[in-house]
Design a protein around this ligand. Structure first.
Ligand code: PLP
Length: 431
């Protein structure tokens, strides 16, 4: 274990005891003291193939030995051409041009800027406002954070953030009203997660929502941006989480699992009909990042796509997702469990006050204590708070690598139940 201020690392959490991980294989991580951890959330929903996959490491090394990096400003290379080819073969509809970046926040930031530049180039500069949902999370750079309904991340930066049109998640009537109230002539884009990620505890939209959202966007000349950073790349049991809705977005962003944690990689995907407007107008997308189109990251992406196909892991995400949800169902008997949501290998477990069924008091820090108790029991889960009203609403997310076995799912449920029981006893003692 290590913690701040030991060493020279500026840790993400300055009061946390960090196990020091030295290796990983499949769903398991090992620390420097020989402790083993069952990774039930792939880090931040990233390690979809599991840890220690040699094919991906080899593909990256091969590319790095050929050429690791050239600037996307002046040169291209096989790694990005192949990755874009193989990625678009999986895409539904016409989102076939791929702009690789490095993180989800980058990709969201770029997609929103792309939407605004598109309307500028179309001679409609008044179309610049963005509609986004609550709850939602789209990243931590200023524009992506502005789009996110995560008040505790946003409060310190008030005055720097951009005003968004905020609409309750997955309510088609509210979306229609918001468009009418704001005037479609001022709206550039609507951004949303096709299935909720950690900010909503894997909220699944009601049937018909996406068709209606698509119709409203088409009718009002609003670009529909699907943020598939967390729920795409097979996490919800299909390659894209919008696929089962038979809806095609105008722009799509993917990240996290797309290179399964072997390299930082995200993409903005756009149709030629949009990119052509730039090509025939100013001649370029007015956005640049040093590490866009990165050769080694793209090689990791291609190797990940091939590994997913070779081992039928998206199908496995659907199949093991059913097992996961079935087995997690046992936790519903616990009075503190309010709901369990999700699809495929993505599950959100919400905690409520045992008697009132209202969200837990934030002062209890239930989600954080549970995450610590789980870690102490050798289980890594992802906590979140604020899904109920921006502040209240404790939950943990379970999203194991797609290679998870049935017995590992049993182990996840058993370790999680033990950690919940321990946390309840600690919280009761404290309160
Ligand atoms: N969009 C969604 C839906 C996310 O869940 C996240 C991260 O959790 C992001 C965007 C931002 O991605 P990143 O943390 O890689 O910048």
């Amino acid at each position: 274990m290590t913690h701040y201020p030991e060493g020279n690392v500026f840790f993400r959490k300055l009061g946390w005891e960090y196990p020091r991980i030295v290796s990983g294989k499949g769903c398991w991580l090992r620390d420097d003291a020989g402790g083993e951890y069952l990774d039930a959330c792939g880090g931040a929903f990233v390690s979809n193939l599991g840890h220690g996959v040699e094919e991906i490491a080899d593909a990256m090394a091969t590319q790095a030995k050929k050429v690791a990096y050239v600037s996307g400003m002046t040169l291209t290379h096989d790694a990005v051409e192949t990755f874009a080819n193989e990625l678009t073969a999986l895409a539904r509809g016409d989102v076939k041009k791929v702009y690789p970046l490095t993180s989800g926040s980058d990709a969201v930031e770029a997609a929103l800027k792309l939407a605004r530049q598109y309307w500028n180039e179309m001679g409609k500069p008044a179309k610049r406002r963005i509609i986004a949902l609550a709850p939602s999370y789209h990243g931590n750079t200023i524009l992506a954070l502005s789009a996110s309904a995560r008040e505790h991340y946003k409060t310190p930066y008030s005055g720097w953030l951009v005003d968004m049109i905020r609409v309750p998640a997955y309510d088609g009537d509210a979306l229609e009203r918001a468009i009418a109230d704001a005037d479609a002539g001022t709206i550039a884009a609507f951004i949303a997660e096709p299935v909720g990620g950690s900010s909503s505890g894997a909220l699944v939209p009601p049937a018909g929502y996406w068709r209606r959202a698509r119709e409203l966007c088409t009718k009002n000349d609003i670009l529909l941006i699907a943020d598939e950073i967390l729920v795409g790349a097979g996490r919800t049991g299909t390659w894209s989480a919008l696929e089962p809705e038979h809806v095609v977005p105008d722009l799509q962003v993917l990240g996290k699992g797309i290179a399964a944690g072997f390299a930082p990689l995200s993409v903005v995907m756009a149709p030629q009909r949009i990119v052509d407007v730039f090509a025939n107008g100013s001649g370029a997308f007015n956005h640049a990042q040093t590490f866009s189109h990165h050769a080694v990251s793209c090689a990791a992406g291609t190797a990940t796509l091939r590994y997913l196909a070779k081992h039928k892991l998206v199908e496995r995400s659907a199949q093991m997702g059913r097992v996961l949800h079935d087995k997690l169902g046992a936790l519903k008997q616990l009075p503190i469990v309010g709901a369990i949501r999700g699809r495929g290998l993505l599950a959100g477990i919400e905690f409520v006050d045992e008697s009132t069924r209202a969200p837990l008091q934030r002062s209890l820090h239930f989600a954080e204590s549970l995450t610590r108790a789980a870690l102490d029991a050798g289980l890594v889960v992802w906590p979140n708070v604020g899904h109920a009203d921006g502040t209240l609403g404790d939950l943990v997310m379970v999203a194991p690598p797609f290679v998870v076995s049935e017995s590992e799912i049993d182990e996840i449920v058993s370790r999680l139940s033990g950690a919940i029981a321990k946390t309840i006893s600690q919280v009761t003692v404290k309160s």
